[in-house]
Design a protein around this ligand. Structure first.
Ligand code: PGA
Length: 253
């Protein structure tokens, strides 16, 4: 069975003191209140990874991830962080291809394929993001665009390797806007992605891949979204910065 995952994408938020407090509060509530089989991931800013990872210790349920990594192995790339560095700090997850990276840093399919490769090479699990902007949905091009995003950055992987990837469908119009995809819209797109994976890799492989929904997930809408057959959890931005709300989202799975 594929994993159920709730990942918090903290983006560029919180001071170190605030980040420690947030992580501690969530960890406490998770150990007191969460009984189901769900994996929780904090995707923190780079400078906090080690501190928060140490705070987590051997916590079996809560893990840590980065929000990006360089496509390069090493070298003169000032300000960048490599997958090898993340691996050397025992960071198991990395978000790749978030729409904010695509939009503000011009990251496209071929570059993201390289990032996926370098992450996997160093034993990290990529959380690969895809999703359409509003105008693409309005012109009914959303399914073909998302299929293309999955193809261009993941379809070069072999059957064994694609199983190591987590996919996050995040419609751009729903990110940080308070406008969530309806459960029906989410399920439809997740089913399209799963079918596309099945066409390439077979049903068993496709069924083993977790597909998360992201875009204004909150405590009020999580239950309905997570109840969808092909929604295996969420990638949560704004609501992951509030401990009580994030824990309620985790408990919705
Ligand atoms: P949001 O962000 O929950 O604030 O919409 C989601 C994301 O960007 O991953």
């Amino acid at each position: 069975m594929r994993s159920k995952i709730v990942a918090g994408n903290w983006k560029m938020n919180k001071t170190l003191t605030e980040a420690n407090a947030l992580a501690s509060e969530i960890m406490g509530m998770v150990s007191d209140e969460v009984t189901g089989d769900v994996k929780v991931i904090f995707c923190t800013p780079f400078p906090y990874l080690l501190t928060i990872r140490n705070l987590l210790g051997n916590n079996a349920r809560v893990e840590i991830g980065a929000q990006n990594c360089s496509e390069h192995e090493a070298g003169a790339y000032t300000g960048e962080v490599s997958a090898a560095m993340l691996a050397s700090m025992n960071i198991p997850y990395v978000i790749i291809g978030h729409s904010e990276r695509r939009q503000y840093f011009n990251e496209g399919g071929a570059l993201l394929a390289t990032k996926v490769d370098v992450a996997l090479k160093h034993g990290l699990t990529p959380i690969y993001c895809c999703g359409e902007p509003l105008e693409v949905r309005e012109s009914n091009g959303h399914e073909s665009l998302v299929k293309k995003q999955v193809e261009e950055s993941l379809f070069h992987l072999d059957e064994q390797t694609i199983k190591k990837v987590v996919i996050a469908y995040e419609p751009v119009w729903a990110i940080g806007t308070g406008k969530t995809a309806s459960a029906q819209q989410a399920q439809e797109m997740h089913a399209v992605i799963r079918k596309h994976l099945a066409g390439k890799y077979g049903q068993a492989v496709s069924d083993s891949i977790s597909i998360l929904y992201g875009g204004s997930v909150n405590a009020a809408n999580a239950k309905e979204l997570f109840a969808c057959a092909d929604v295996d959890g969420g990638l949560v931005g704004g609501a992951s910065l509030k401990s009580r709300e994030f824990v309620e989202i985790i408990k919705s799975i």
